[in-house]
Design a binder for this molecule. Structure first.
Ligand SMILES: Nc1ncnc2c1ncn2[C@@H]1O[C@H](COP(=O)(O)OP(=O)(O)OP(=O)(O)O)[C@@H](O)[C@H]1O
Ligand SMILES: [Mg+2]
Length: 428
């Protein structure tokens, strides 16, 4: 009797779960159809889309999707994508239907470098060393929205699984964090296009809503105004708090990985963290392959990586080379002096991911915001006058401010009073 009940209970549970999964799978689908219908009715396209493609061609794409393209996408799961190549579809552009990790369907058109009149425009390579090439793209369901795509290319088939795992991690972390201070991207379909058997080629595209650009670009373009700095610092602190509270170490703190987003309601800008490619989930995996920009790494991290024989020799060489040219790195001399008798074993603890490395990098970004240049060993005078910078640049990582301490300090009236007295009117 008991066994019988157990079997029935199991069956009911299974049916319930199936229904639930089915519901989840289709939950946005009806809304997606409505968005497509709305786009099909559009009689103009945005000014920035117009040079890439005409309204007629956009309509052709939308009609194709509506008439033939939906059967294959209905069953896409969250995180999956379906790509329509322009050759078999005979349409003017390649497009994809992707599903974000929270289940939203999106129709995204690659507008690339080819423009409406058939000629090609030059696309400036923006940032990045991770072989990602930036391309313009547009989301076409609902209101047309400008997207930004980064295409990742690789050739080695045997690396594919590892690369895909990393790309998926990069997408997943922001959804896990689910914060206004963290950018969410979506991944397109995997494309394997080979010229020959010996010459395999793979690519995959990240898509995100196009924002102003990164913080470095914003500064270089002269857009940063003195009155924006405090708001930006608060965004950086709140964002990193979400990251650390969720046991993630960002590991690649630099202005190029901070996006500046215009806020149409307040007509101001706010910041979002992007590029979780090197991020490390303390609960999931433990690896020490880290190669963020050396300029923003903590002195103990650079020092340990440049010294220890057993760690990835390529990285060690790179760090050593950097060190010879960047002797003026903040705190490095201090650190070297204090650890010169250390054994490799004792140094090794500093090669692993640690939140204190992010805190150092945060100090570097905040210094950049406040003083319009990277901090160097000549800047100790200014640093010592600002308790937040002083706390973030503590050479002893155990004494360095944690994110909670930094946030509390920044919000405290005492800190603001002290700063006003010490450095009245910082100029950009
Ligand atoms: N949504 C976006 N809107 C505008 N620009 C973006 C957007 N996403 C990324 N970018 C730009 O693209 C650049 C590269 O992006 P990302 O940091 O993700 O890749 P990467 O730099 O190649 O990786 P790595 O930091 O490992 O070199 C950013 O620095 C920024 O300038
Ligand atoms: Mg980057």
């Amino acid at each position: 009797m008991f066994d019988f009940l157990r079997t029935w209970a199991g069956w009911f549970l299974e049916q319930f779960l199936r229904l639930f999964q089915k519901e989840e799978r289709h939950s946005d689908y009806g809304a997606f159809e409505k968005r497509l219908k709305a786009s099909k009715l559009a009689d103009t396209i945005p000014e920035r889309l117009a040079p890439c493609i005409s309204l007629e061609e956009v309509k052709k794409v939308l009609d194709y999707v509506w008439d033939f393209g939906l059967t294959d996408v209905k069953h896409l799961k969250a995180g999956e994508a379906y790509r329509y190549d322009k050759t078999p579809t005979r349409l003017p552009r390649t497009f994809q239907i992707v599903r974000t990790l929270d289940g939203e369907f999106q129709l995204i058109l690659d507008t690339k470098s080819k423009i409406n009149d058939g000629s090609k425009r030059k696309i400036v390579r923006e940032g990045g060393a991770y072989k990602k090439s930036p391309k313009p793209a547009w989301r076409l369901d609902g209101a047309f929205q400008e997207y930004f795509s980064l295409v990742v290319h690789w050739r080695e088939e045997k690396q594919t699984d590892l690369i895909l795992k990393n790309l998926r991690k990069e997408i997943k972390i922001p959804y896990q964090l689910n914060s206004p201070f963290v950018e969410k991207k979506v991944l397109g379909a995997l494309i394997a296009k080979s010229d020959s058997i010996d010459n395999p080629k793979f690519k995959m595209t990240f898509y995100g809503v196009r924002v102003y650009g990164d913080l470095m670009q914003f500064i270089v373009d002269g857009k940063l105004k003195a009155e924006m700095i405090d708001g930006f610092i608060l965004d950086l602190l709140q964002g990193l708090k979400v990251i650390h509270d969720n046991h993630i170490i960002f590991q690649d703190m630099k202005p190029e990985n901070i996006l500046v987003c215009p806020d149409p309601v307040t007509e101001t800008y706010r910041l979002e963290y992007t590029d979780f490619g090197l991020s490390h989930d303390v609960k999931k995996e433990y690896y020490c392959f880290v190669n963020g920009s050396a300029q923003y790494q903590s002195p103990e991290f650079i020092h340990a990586h440049s010294k220890i024989e057993s760690v990835n020799p390529k990285q060690r060489e790179l760090k050593a080379a950097l060190l010879t040219t960047k002797e003026r790195f903040l705190s490095l001399d201090h650190y070297r002096m204090n650890t010169k008798d250390y054994t490799d074993e004792k140094l090794k603890v500093h090669i692993y991911p640690h939140t204190a490395n992010d805190m150092w990098g945060l100090g570097m970004i905040i210094f950049y915001l406040k003083h319009n240049k990277p901090a160097t060993a000549d800047d100790w005078g200014v640093i010592n006058e600002d308790p937040l910078l002083k706390g973030l640049f503590n050479p002893d990582r155990n004494q360095r401010l944690t994110i909670d301490e930094a946030l509390n300090m920044f919000r405290s009236p005492a800190y603001n009073e002290q700063l006003k007295q010490k450095s009245p009117g910082i100029k950009i």
